[in-house]
Design a protein around this ligand. Structure first.
Ligand code: ADP
Ligand code: ASP
Ligand code: MG
Length: 445
């Protein structure tokens, strides 16, 4: 049972979580929690302030300490206050020293980003374990960094599944027989004991790795909406919850921007054929969404829409590309060298266009590409993805999409790589109107 940041953002929210876990206690749940509320963002901001020698980080650190104290205090019993004080003091004094160190060094490496951002889940999991005990739910805390082992690709680490599953069975399986196990999501460590993280939103992924490792009946992702919906309800408030969806569709939606699920979450679940269920911790009786192996037919053909903002389009033009081979290899090699991943690609005889999300190293990529081609970069674009099992095999879907988008300039189209996804690139300024028009076309106003 994984509970996201907003599900553990306050003492009341944590008590609600205790109630939900209690109602399933006979199933021997393992609980995975995210950092409380927006803690991860705050930690990263403090790190940036500290390396920039901005003393405001000290004030922000104080605020974060107070926030954890205030809600922690109301979530535990008075007999546990000493324990809580000890947890907060030891973690915040370490954190303060680390930030001070960053201010002196003036450099923020991926390795130190991981150490700093790990404090969110380290604190939340300890506090939630205390709170469970206070609520009459016997709980044992396990530090995820002792069991979830990854490579050293800091901020985006990849699990060593064999070692992790071995440790899960030994450590989590045993402890879970007696008590509810509570662990922090997102955080892990290398085999040498260096702290790593699985990437932003990675607690979902932790939950599915843990679920697969212990052979869970089910992996429950508890969040702040009634399941996976026909689109982001923040964009379209009347978006509709989906009862049931295939692993493939859910993965595609997550990859193309449906933040409700980390894109890698379905992988361990598919492998062990464990259903993933998305549920709302503020509305626990809602049925939620079941993500399952089999494809379920959708009466609408389109299952849901996802979108990604702040997309950059790279147009590469080379007259020598015409009728020659090896050109794409050269282009992709440059992106590979600078670890910049590409979402969508289209080609014509002398042009290649591709979209990227992470533009950190784009100026270096551009410089390298310019050694053999003309390069143009277009910013402030968005990708809209239309996802459904039978999109690639049903007549008339494209006609309806482009009819709905008749007033929008479409910059790029991609379909076919995956039969269940049709993606288009448009200006970010057109995104809201485009999403509304598409959603209305299939699901009404
Ligand atoms: P958590 O902290 O629980 O992990 P997230 O903020 O990461 O929660 O994800 C939940 C949010 O995902 C929702 O509040 C919603 O705005 C957003 N979201 C985006 N696309 C979808 C979708 N198709 N269905 C449901 N929620 C979505
Ligand atoms: N706390 C981490 C983040 O904000 C992981 C998660 O919430 O899933 O990215
Ligand atoms: Mg999330």
């Amino acid at each position: 049972m994984k509970f996201g940041g907003s599900s553990v953002e306050s003492a009341d929210a944590i008590k609600r979580v205790a109630g939900i876990v209690k109602s399933q206690a006979e199933r021997n749940p393992v609980v995975v929690v995210s950092a409380m509320g927006k803690t991860t963002n705050k930690l990263l901001e403090m790190a940036r302030l500290a390396v920039g020698q901005d003393k405001d980080y000290i004030h922000k650190l104080d605020e974060l300490r107070r926030y954890h104290w205030e809600h922690g205090m109301h979530a535990v019993e008075s007999s546990q206050l000493e324990q809580l004080t000890h947890i907060l003091e030891s973690h915040f004094s370490e954190l303060s020293q680390l930030l001070h160190g960053l201010a002196i060094l003036g450099e923020l490496t991926p390795r130190s980003i991981d150490v700093i951002s790990s404090y969110g889940e380290r604190l939340s999991s300890l506090i939630v374990a205390l709170a469970f005990n206070a609520q009459g739910l016997p709980a044992t805390h396990i530090d995820s960094r002792d069991v979830l082992i990854t490579d050293d690709r800091h901020t985006q680490a990849n699990p060593d599944f064999k070692e992790t599953y071995k440790r899960m069975k030994q450590v989590v399986g045993k402890a879970g027989k007696k008590n509810v196990v509570v662990m922090g999501g997102f955080i892990a460590s290398t085999s040498k004991g260096q702290t790593t993280t699985l990437g932003r939103g990675g607690s979902d992924y932790s939950a599915s790795i843990i679920g697969a490792g212990i052979g869970a009946d089910e992996i429950q992702i508890w969040t702040d909406v009634d399941g996976m919906m026909t689109t982001d309800p923040r964009l379209i408030p009347h978006a509709i919850p989906i009862d049931s969806i295939s692993f493939a569709e859910a993965a595609e939606l997550a990859y193309f921007g449906a933040k409700v699920l980390h894109p890698a979450t379905v992988r361990p679940a598919v492998e062990k054929d464990i259903a993933v269920v998305i549920l709302n911790s503020r509305n626990p009786l809602a049925p939620g969404t079941r993500i399952i192996k089999d494809s379920v037919t959708s009466e609408h053909v389109v299952r849901a829409f996802a979108c990604k903002r702040d997309i950059t389009l790279v147009n590469i033009h080379s007259a020598t590309m015409f009728m020659t081979h090896g050109f794409l290899r050269r282009v992709f090699e440059v992106f590979d060298r600078y670890q910049t991943s590409i979402d969508m690609v289209t080609t014509s005889e002398v042009n290649v266009s591709m979209t990227v999300e992470n533009t950190e190293k784009l100026s270096q990529v551009k410089k390298e590409l310019e050694k053999f081609a003309d390069v143009e970069v277009e910013k402030k674009l968005a990708i809209v993805s239309i996802v459904g099992n039978s999109i690639g095999t049903t007549e008339g879907v494209a006609a309806r999409i482009f009819k709905a988008l008749e007033t929008v300039n479409v910059r790029m189209i991609s379909q076919g790589a995956s039969l269940l996804n049709l993606s288009i690139v448009i200006a970010e300024s057109d995104l809201e109107a485009a999403m509304k028009a598409l959603h209305a076309e299939w699901f009404g106003k």
